[in-house]
Design a protein around this ligand. Structure first.
Ligand code: BES
Ligand code: ZN
Ligand code: ZN
Length: 488
C-alpha cells in the first residue's frame, strides 16, 4: 500500500473513497457533506465510531486530536475497507493546525492497522486498497512544509513497516522459527541492510562460559544460538547494546506450564524480535548511534538431559545460581547475554527487552510494558519516549527490601523470589545482579510480557503479536540522539 502527500486540494484528487475524521461532534466541519444522513444513521462521532457511506464514496470516523487516537481512528477506517473493492483513498490534512506528529500517526495507523497474519490461511479478507493520497489542504506552509511532511511520512513508514516485520517473526510458529532458523533470518536481514553479524553456536557459547544460557537450551532438539548484530555509523554519538530475550518456545521445562498457559509461548521470542527490528529501523533512519543487538535464542523444553530445579549454574560473570524453577528461564538467558554485552560492547546504554514475567501483566495490565532500572533519568526518558511513540509503559520501582527475596542458602542468588508478590521487579533485580557496578545507571529493563502478544485486537494492534518495544525504543533513540529538545 502506497501512502503519499501531494500539493493539491482534496477536491482535485481522484480516489474511490474519502476518509473524514470527525473531531467536532456537532458535525459542523466543512468537509462533512453528509450531515443529515449521518444524523439519520445515529452517528455521534464518538471515538472509534465509523459511518461508511459507499455510494457517496465517504467514510467517517470519530477521533480525538491526539496522535495515538489518530492512529486508532485511521486503523478503524481502513479495517472497514477490508474485503471491499476500493483501490484508492484520500484524506485531507485538515486536522486543526495539524502537527507533524498527526501526519506520522495517520501513516503509522494505516500501516499498523491494516496488518494481519494470514500466511497460513487458504482464504482471507484482504485490504485491497493500493494507495492513500493525503491532500496538502490548507496548511501549505504552516506549521509544516511539504518537504517536512514527506520526510515525516518516510520516517513513519519505516517505523510501522519494521513493527510489522517484527509482528511477522513473533507470529511465526515454533515449528518454523527455532534458534537456528531465527539466526538464519537475522543473517539474511543483516545482508540486506548491510549490518555486521556474528552467530555463536553451542561450542562458542561454552567458550564464552555462558552456562546459564546453555542450561536453558539443553533439552531441545533445536540447539541455542546467540546472534550479535552491529550497526556502526560514522561519527556515532554513543554506543548502545540492545539485549533481547529470544525463547522461540517456552514450555516451562521440567517446571512445566499448564497447557492453557503454554499456548502463545511462541511469543516468548518477542524481545529478540524487537531488538532485530530496532537495529533494522535505526539503520534505515540513519540514527547516529552505534547499535549492538544481542539476541539470546533458545527453546525451553524437556528431555532426559533437561536442566532441573535444584541444579546450580555458574553464569558468565562467575556468579552461581540456584535453579528452583525452570520456567524462570528468560532471566538465565539474559543474565549471560547482559554479561556478554558489557564485556564485548562496553556500551553507554544497555536496554534489555523481554517477555519476562506474568507478574508484570498482573501489575500493569495486558496492554502496558514495565520499565525498570536504577537510573531515574533513564527510566523517565524511556517512559516519555513510549508515550510519544503511542506505546503504553509504566514504571515499576525497585526498593531496598526486594533484593533480599532472591537470596539463596547455597549459592550467590536464586532464580526465583521467595515471595509471590512483586515478581516483575524481583525478576529485574535478578538481572541487575549481572550488571556491573559501573554500568548500573546505564541499564534499563523493558518487560513486554503483557502487550507483546494478545489474543484479541486492540486499537491498531491485531490478534497476535503487536511488535511491542519497537516504536518505544526507536523514539527513545530519536529523542536522545536525533531531535532537538523542542521536537515533539
Ligand atoms: N515467558 C514467561 C513469562 C510470560 C508470561 C510471558 C505470560 C508472556 C506472557 C516466563 O519465562 C515465565 O514463565 N515466568 C514465570 C516466572 C516464575 C516461574 C517466577 C511466570 O511469570 O510465571
Ligand atoms: Zn518461562
Ligand atoms: Zn519465558
Amino acid at each position: 500500500m502506497k501512502i503519499e502527500i501531494v500539493d493539491k486540494k482534496l477536491h482535485e484528487i481522484q480516489a474511490d473513497i474519502e476518509i473524514i475524521f470527525i473531531i467536532d461532534k456537532n458535525l459542523n466541519h466543512k468537509w462533512v457533506k453528509d450531515k443529515e444522513e449521518l444524523k439519520k444513521l445515529g452517528f455521534m462521532g464518538d471515538v472509534e465510531e465509523v459511518a461508511f457511506l459507499p455510494h457517496q464514496g465517504r467514510i467517517y470516523v470519530g477521533a480525538k486530536l491526539d496522535h495515538d487516537e489518530i492512529r486508532i481512528a485511521t486503523a478503524k477506517a481502513l479495517k472497514t475497507l477490508k474485503g471491499k473493492k476500493f483501490k484508492t483513498a484520500k484524506a485531507g490534512v485538515y486536522i486543526q493546525n495539524c502537527p507533524i506528529t498527526n501526519i506520522k500517526a495517520f501513516v503509522e495507523g494505516a500501516i499498523l492497522g491494516s496488518y494481519s497474519f494470514d500466511k497460513y490461511k487458504s482464504k482471507s479478507k484482504k485490504l485491497e486498497l493500493e494507495k492513500i493520497i493525503l491532500a496538502n489542504e490548507e496548511y501549505a506552509d504552516k506549521p509544516f512544509t511539504l518537504e517536512n511532511a514527506k520526510k515525516s511520512i518516510k520516517e513513519a513508514k519505516i517505523v510501522a513497516k519494521t513493527t510489522n516485520f517484527v509482528r511477522d517473526i513473533v507470529n511465526t510458529p515454533p515449528n518454523e522459527i527455532y534458534p537456528a532458523s531465527f539466526a538464519k533470518l537475522a543473517k539474511e536481514m543483516a545482508k540486506e541492510e548491510d549490518l555486521e553479524i556474528d552467530i555463536l553456536d553451542e561450542k562458542e557459547l561454552k567458550k564464552e562460559k555462558m552456562e546459564a544460557f546453555l542450561a536453558v537450551g539443553r533439552a531441545s532438539a533445536h540447539r541455542p544460538r546467540l546472534v550479535h548484530l552491529r550497526y556502526t555509523p560514522k561519527n556515532a554519538k554513543a554506543k548502545i547494546a540492545i539485549v533481547g530475550k529470544g525463547l522461540t518456545y517456552d514450555s516451562g521445562g521440567l517446571s512445566l506450564k499448564p497447557s492453557e498457559y503454554m499456548v502463545t509461548m511462541k511469543s516468548d521470542k518477542s524481545g529478540a524480535s524487537a531488538a532485530l527490528g530496532i537495529i533494522k529501523a535505526a539503520k534505515k533512519l540513519d540514527i547516529p548511534v552505534e547499535i549492538h543487538a544481542i539476541l539470546g535464542l533458545a527453546e525451553n523444553m524437556i528431555d532426559g538431559n533437561a536442566y532441573k530445579p535444584d541444579d546450580i549454574l555458574t553464569a558468565k560473570n562467575g556468579k552461581t545460581i540456584e535453579v528452583r524453577n525452570t520456567d524462570a528461564e528468560g532471566r538465565l538467558v539474559l543474565a549471560d547475554c547482559l554479561c556478554y554485552a558489557q564485556e564485548k560492547v562496553e556500551p553507554d546504554f544497555i536496554i534489555d527487552i523481554a517477555t519476562l514475567t506474568g507478574a508484570c501483566v498482573v501489575a500493569l495490565g495486558e496492554y502496558t510494558s514495565g520499565v525498570m532500572g536504577h537510573s531515574d533519568e533513564l527510566r523517565s526518558s524511556m517512559l516519555a519516549a513510549a508515550k510519544a511513540s503511542g506505546e503504553l509503559a509504566g514504571e515499576l520501582p525497585f526498593n531496598r527490601y526486594l533484593p533480599k527475596l532472591l537470596e539463596s542458602k547455597i549459592t550467590d542468588i536464586c532464580n526465583i523470589s521467595s515471595s509471590r508478590y512483586g515478581g516483575a521487579i524481583t525478576a529485574a533485580l535478578f538481572l541487575s545482579e549481572f550488571i556491573e557496578e559501573k554500568n548500573k545507571d546505564k541499564w534499563v529493563h523493558l518487560d513486554i510480557a503483557g502487550p507483546a502478544y494478545r489474543e484479541k485486537e486492540w486499537g491498531y494492534n491485531p490478534y497476535g503479536a503487536s511488535g511491542a518495544g519497537v516504536r518505544m525504543v526507536i523514539k527513545w533513540l530519536q529523542k536522545e540522539f536525533v531531535y532537538d529538545k523542542k521536537h515533539p
